[in-house]
Design a protein around this ligand. Structure first.
Ligand SMILES: O=P(O)(O)O[C@H]1O[C@H](CO)[C@@H](O)[C@H]1O
Ligand SMILES: Nc1nc2[nH]cnc2c(=O)[nH]1
Length: 296
């Protein structure tokens, strides 16, 4: 069962200590690049970069469009760390492995996490190429007990029963919308609810209809476990989905989604996503109070 594996505090600390011995950067902001969005790391200046295979304790990326590199650098006066490649449950990683980097970031002093993903749209108003600011999520694996926080709680990171209402920071969501207006891209940006399903198959039509009825705006196979672990340890979270395809909801529709198409939309929209994230990081305020204050 995925959730049984446990990782000790010492193991997270060892990885954080190794990284701190290899780079002078002390990141305040962490960015996770979704499928095809690895170029977000290109904006960082004075880079130190590490292959996941060289980082003690790090899992390995196995999905095309996820390079498997951790990049540290400066962006508009903030120190950042960027995951070029995330880990998904369907790759066979335990949920605590898929979220391993989040707690390492916490120990590095990160205060804000930016998660990005590629997602299929269920909402009629969301077209391929649109950007959805994540207002909330439905963690389907989590609802049935596949939760990275299952098992003994590590009080050093956070409480046994963390609240998840408000896990996507409202201030950052408003700031992102304001920036979108100023950059002239608000026309294809809106807030919505992201749902995580286990994958790796895309949805059947009946599943798509079910998700639509449940109020899901966009669906993907990642993000929710990362956000749960980040919120548990007191990180502020901002998330966005790049809509890469419409999820087929009609038996009359012969369209068929594939991963190549998902990556292609990422490439087409890379510049817009980069500009938005760069400006958001530049204008966000950082409270340097990362002291595991969420812990009980
Ligand atoms: O969520 P990210 O990593 O962006 O990737 C999304 O795109 C892949 C499918 O094309 C799935 O892994 C899905 O979760
Ligand atoms: N589950 C799921 N994940 C995706 N990632 C990108 N597009 C999709 C989609 O349509 N469904």
């Amino acid at each position: 069962m995925h959730s049984k594996e446990q990782i000790s505090h010492d193991e997270y600390q060892k990885t954080a200590d190794w990284l701190m011995s290899q780079t002078q950067h002390r990141p305040q902001v962490a960015i996770i690049c979704g499928s095809g969005l690895g170029m977000l790391a290109d904006t960082l200046k004075c880079q130190d970069s590490f292959a996941y295979s060289d980082i003690p304790g790090f899992p390995q990326s196995t999905v095309q469009g996820h390079a498997g590199r951790l990049v540290f650098g400066e962006l508009k006066g903030k120190t950042c760390v960027c995951m070029q490649g995330r880990f998904h449950m369907y790759e066979g990683h335990s949920l605590c492995k898929t979220t391993f980097p989040i707690r390492v970031f916490k120990l590095l002093g990160v205060e804000t996490l930016i998660v990005t993903n590629a997602a299929g749209s269920l909402a009629d108003g969301l077209q391929p190429g649109d950007i959805m600011i994540i207002k909330d999520h439905i963690n389907f694996p989590g609802l049935v007990g596949l939760n990275p926080l299952s098992g003994p709680n590590d009080d050093k990171f956070g409480p046994r029963f963390p609240a998840m209402s408000g896990c996507y920071d409202k201030g950052l969501r408003c700031l992102a919308m304001e920036i979108a207006k100023q950059q002239g891209v608000a026309g294809f940006m809106q807030e919505g609810v992201y749902a995580m399903v286990g994958g790796p198959n895309f949805e059947t039509i009946a599943e798509a209809r079910l998700l639509h009825r449940l109020g899901v705006d966009a669906v993907g196979m990642s993000t929710a476990p990362e956000v749960v672990v980040a919120t548990h340890c007191g990180l502020r979270v901002f998330g966005l989905s790049l809509i890469t395809n419409k999820v087929v909801k009609s038996y009359e529709d012969s369209e068929c989604v594939n991963h190549e198409g998902v990556l292609e939309v990422g490439r087409l929209r890379s510049h817009t996503v980069q500009q938005l994230v760069t400006e958001l990081i530049s204008r966000m305020e950082i409270n340097n109070n990362n002291n595991t204050s969420n812990a009980v």
